[in-house]
Design a protein around this ligand. Structure first.
Ligand code: HT7
Ligand code: ZN
Length: 864
């Protein structure tokens, strides 16, 4: 496909002052009449985007005149849209009527059917599959919508804004009108129609406005939306308190749908959610599910200001809304739960997904300057690294100035479609600082590597810390410039305290490395011992730190740390090194000093169980790919298991004691109980790694009082072989076969922990549904992205197991196909046999014929 370039941006030469949409809904053939009030900004043709639309009529009226059919010579229709060759030079009205087929729409972009109901997904370019329109975010307009549908099948007719007139029509049909007074781009349009159960509530804003809240779910499921509703109300309050942002309509609705390409969508006043991020109760959802619901509900709600009221000028600015909104939802979660635990989880996600992306052929900058397929830009780099950049900005200017800059942004740009430059201009105005060097972070792909060398001058009691930064070349960007790297730092005394230098107080301080090399020099009072240096506390910059420390030096640093993130991270680094050493065969058994130190750290953190649980975590195999080339996933997975077994043995008394206690009751999804269950689950998983705990695990599985522990026990049992495993899997299936979201877990556990044969069996299972992205991801993505030893098997059996399914999924749903192919992004790092098989598989996929979206990923993965 032809690349779209940021440099080619030009404003749309017409304004769309008002849009009226009239739908006659029918699964096979829906009619859409769109009436646009248009004001030209100059002369010239008018281009409207449109895909998979059958044009039924087109009429036009110059100002003051009546609508009349347009002559064929005055317009043309092609595969991608409609052109009015010579539109009036003054204001005019354009009316088009098209027919579309929601039931044939398997791409889940535009208007489609899910579970017999109508729903839409318009971001990024789905609106053009509904009607002819300038489908670009800088064209903002007010929308009035009329929906007509058969009443019995579609008692609820929903769209953006607030409801207007509604009533019955002949032949068992009815209609509803919706009016959205806020100007919005087409990607925020939404429509849902069908039969639902509704959980209703209300919210009163800080200034006293009343808001009706509704969550629309499958029949019988309203009770399972209670946590989502609770999360929504807390998000609404939090945005008022943290950012002074109130909700701006009298209605806020969420609709849950089973078939969805993403987590959720922030359509104005009518969020549409993947049902996995709405429905939860203790029996069917894990704490991780509850946590994800809380954060995604918050994320979509926060978009109301960062994304909807102020949107992106073009899709290159995607991080303007996504990075900022992730930053906001991460801070909301930190406030709802534990800030250090939240930070560690955010960094785990960043490293697993974004660092891998940044180190591979799909690397791109947070604000790219070209793309071939916009759907492929919804990446960890735009979202997660985008959020890190906002975090660095706030850390550097402080939270007060950050709030000043945000207030200015909201006031200056409300109702506009803007750029990253506009955003930073607000912070320049608020602080008087220049952010031009900082904005390099948006333009350069790749993760900066910071090398640290220390020199202790005993005679002069001076510690010099030499820092240098380097970012490896990435696809299309051979040379990188230095970026400002804010390193939150401290000098540690080794006894749990901080050390003051002669010219610096003992408190942690922010050091910004903004050149290629620099030195921090600390003069200590005469007679001082050598302090330890704590760097990048709280992961203040999204970089990779290289420090030439041996095991004992690292352990000493971990013991001296006063920053919870660095305590955890210091152990993670040691664990990574240990797994690599075990995997390359230079050491046969796990290092008992390290295992003992992990045990000690966990025992010392038992009063903060969620943190203790994270201390037992072993890095995923994929994370280790970045540490040493070539990567041998089979050896890495085996080494990881060895170390896990050793940690389980070390913590045996604590595991027994903790699991002998009952799980907290009555169940509450909040942070306090979730933290206790996090440690219980971590211990259950450790038991699974031991190989001699089948009996205990069976008891835990049978008696699990909630899904968190039932699933942990199932996972642990699935790691083992023998009849116990099959028995538990069969039992789980029998118990949950009527609940698709729980069955996704059943599929996913086996795909993530089983063999290529297991995956073939799962794909052949009658409940495997190629049209349902959750189900496809629960098998193919779980296997390809979490089970790297089996997926990257040197004989190619892993690739072969999913190749056909990827092709079939891509045919129906290109966004899904493309996402699955990203699993190949690290193939060049693999040991030669697996690497050659991966390359051959990518070539076969390309030769078999992929969608343009999937082709974009496959080509970049292969050639980049
Ligand atoms: N802004 C939303 C993005 C999204 C999306 C993008 C491409 C294809 C389907 C999609 N569904 C939702 C979600 C968000 O970031 O909040
Ligand atoms: Zn978002």
């Amino acid at each position: 496909p032809v690349a779209v370039r940021l440099a080619d941006y030009t404003p749309y030469p017409f304004s769309i002052d008002e849009v009226r949409l009239e739908f006659r809904l029918n699964p096979a053939a829906t009619q859409v009449r769109a009436t646009l009030k248009v004001t030209p900004a100059g002369n010239g043709p008018m281009r409207l985007d449109g895909e998979a639309l059958t044009l039924k009529s087109i009429r036009l009226a110059a100002e003051g005149a009546a609508l009349a059919p347009l002559a064929e010579a005055d317009y043309s229709v092609d595969e991608h849209g409609l052109t009015l060759t010579a539109p009036p030079s003054g204001p005019f009205t354009l009316e088009t009527t098209v027919e579309i087929s929601p039931e044939k729409n398997t791409a889940l972009s535009g208007l489609y059917m899910s579970g017999g109901r109508f729903c839409t997904q318009c971001e990024a370019i789905g609106f053009r599959r509904i009607t002819f329109y300038p489908d670009r975010p800088d064209v903002m307009s007010s929308f009035r919508v009329r929906i007509e549908a058969e009443k019995a099948a579609n008692p609820y007719l929903l769209s953006n804004g607030t409801p207007g007139e509604a009533g019955d029509l002949p032949d068992g049909w009815h209609f509803a009108e919706w009016d959205d007074p806020h100007k919005k781009p087409a990607y925020l349009f939404a429509l849902c129609a069908g039969e639902y159960d509704v959980l209703r509530d209300t919210f009163t804003t800080a200034s006293g406005a009343h808001v009706d809240l509704g969550i629309y779910v499958d029949k019988g499921e309203a009770g399972r939306a209670a946590w989502a509703m609770d999360s929504l109300k807390r998000s609404m309050r939090w945005d008022e308190e943290a950012y002074g942002r109130e909700y701006d309509l009298g209605v806020f609705n969420i609709v849950a749908v089973r078939d969805f390409n993403f987590g959720a969508m922030e359509n104005k006043g009518l969020n549409i959610f993947n049902s996995a991020y709405v429905l939860a109760d203790e029996a069917t959802a894990t704490d991780a599910d509850f946590e994800a619901i809380e954060s995604i509900v918050a994320h979509e709600y926060f978009h109301n200001w960062t994304g909807n009221r102020i949107t992106c000028r073009d899709w290159f600015q995607l991080c303007l809304k996504e990075g900022l909104t992730v930053f906001r939802d991460q801070n909301f979660s930190a406030d709802m739960r534990s800030r250090p635990v939240q930070r560690i989880k955010d960094v785990i996600r960043l490293r697993a997904r974004q660092f891998a992306e940044d180190a591979g052929p799909l690397a791109h900058s947070v604000r790219p300057d070209n793309y071939a397929a916009i759907d492929n830009l919804y990446t960890a780099t735009v979202y997660e690294k985008g959020s890190e950049l906002i975090g660095m900005l706030r850390r550097q200017i402080g939270s007060q100035d950050f709030r000043k800059g945000m207030d200015l942004y909201f006031n200056r740009h409300d109702g506009q479609a803007v750029t990253i430059e506009d955003f930073y201009a607000c912070f320049e105005a608020a602080t008087g600082q220049d952010f031009s060097q900082f904005r390099r972070w948006y333009a350069q792909a790749g993760t900066p590597e910071i090398t640290v060398e220390e020199n202790w001058d005993e005679a002069n009691t001076t510690l010099t810390v030499k820092l240098s930064q380097f970012t490896r070349p990435t696809n299309g960007q051979p040379v990188k410039k230095p970026v400002p790297v804010p390193l939150l730092s401290a000098l540690l005394d080794g006894k749990g305290g901080h050390v003051a230098a002669t010219d610096r107080a003992a408190e942690p301080f922010l050091y910004v490395l903004d050149t290629e090399t620099a030195e921090m020099v600390f003069h200590l009072p005469a007679g001082s011992g050598r302090p330890l240096v704590s760097l990048n506390r709280d992961f203040s910059a999204p970089v990779r730190l290289t420090r030439a420390l041996n095991r004992d030096e690292r352990l000493a640093l971990v013991r001296a740390e006063t920053d919870p993130f660095n305590t955890w991270d210091g152990l993670q680094t040691l664990i990574k090194e240990e797994i690599l050493t075990l995997a390359d065969g230079s050491q046969k058994a796990p290092d008992l000093a390290l295992v003992g130190a992990i045990g000690q750290a966990v025992r010392g953190a038992m009063n903060d169980p969620a943190f203790a649980a994270l201390l037992t975590r072993l890095p995923d195999v994929g994370e280790l790919f970045l540490e040493r080339e070539p990567a041998d996933p089979v050896a890495l997975a085996a080494a990881r298991r060895k170390l896990q077994a050793a940690i389980a043995a070390e913590l045996s008394p604590e595991i027994t004691e903790t699991l002998a206690e009952p799980s907290p009751a009555p169940y509450n999804p909040g942070a306090e109980q979730a933290s206790i269950r996090a440690l219980r689950s971590a211990f259950i998983l450790l038991l699974g790694g031991r190989g001699d705990a089948a009996e205990t695990l069976h008891d835990l599985y049978r008696n699990a009082p909630n899904m968190t522990e039932q699933l942990s026990a199932l996972r642990a049992l699935t790691l083992s072989t023998g009849p116990g495993r099959e028995e538990a899997l069969a039992d789980f299936e029998a118990q949950w076969k009527q609940n698709p979201l729980v069955m996704d877990k059943w599929f996913s556990v086996q795909a993530a922990l089983g063999t290529a044969d297991d995956v073939r069996r799962l794909i052949a299972h009658p409940d495997f549904d190629l049209r349902n992205p959750n189900r496809v991801r629960s098998v193919v993505a779980a296997f390809a992205m979490q089970n790297l030893a089996a997926f990257h098997a040197p004989d190619g059996s892993g690739y072969a197991a999913v190749e056909e399914t990827i092709l079939a999924a891509d045919k129906a749903n290109p966004a899904l196909g493309a996402r699955l192919i990203t699993a190949f992004e690290q193939w060049r790092l693999l040991e030669p046999k697996a690497g050659a098989q991966a390359q051959a598989c990518l070539k076969r996929l390309i030769a078999a014929g992929l969608s343009p979206n999937a082709m974009d990923i496959a080509h970049r993965a292969l050639e980049g």
